[in-house]
Design a protein. Sequence first.
Length: 134
Amino acid sequence: MASLAVSRVSAGDANGLEFEVSGTKGKAYFDMSRAAEIKLSDLAGSSGLSGKRRILVNPEFPYFANGSSMAFGGVGVTQIDQFTYQARAFLNQVAGIDEGLPKVPGFNHGYRAMRIQQAIAESAANAGKAVKIN
């Protein structure tokens, strides 16, 4: 079970992005307005040690050490900082550096996403009729 809430216009929550993933042994929660932390609840710990906790982003997290200008635990990350990671990944790709950050998607990825959106709109306009995407 999961929920995803996204808004760029919601009153009091501009550019909000948060999600929660729940399972039988715990759940994780992320809120972009507090991008340097993840809330985790689990039942995996011994009696008295399991439960809700806040985990701060640190160099052990994937991509953190390779994109942050201050890659050590306890340093906050904001929405604006995320653009640093995007720029770094893009420049690494241009320079032919294949380590550290994930590659920036190419034109084909964007084009396919647009085709999918077009097919959704076309299907909705035709009472849910299936639309083939080439």
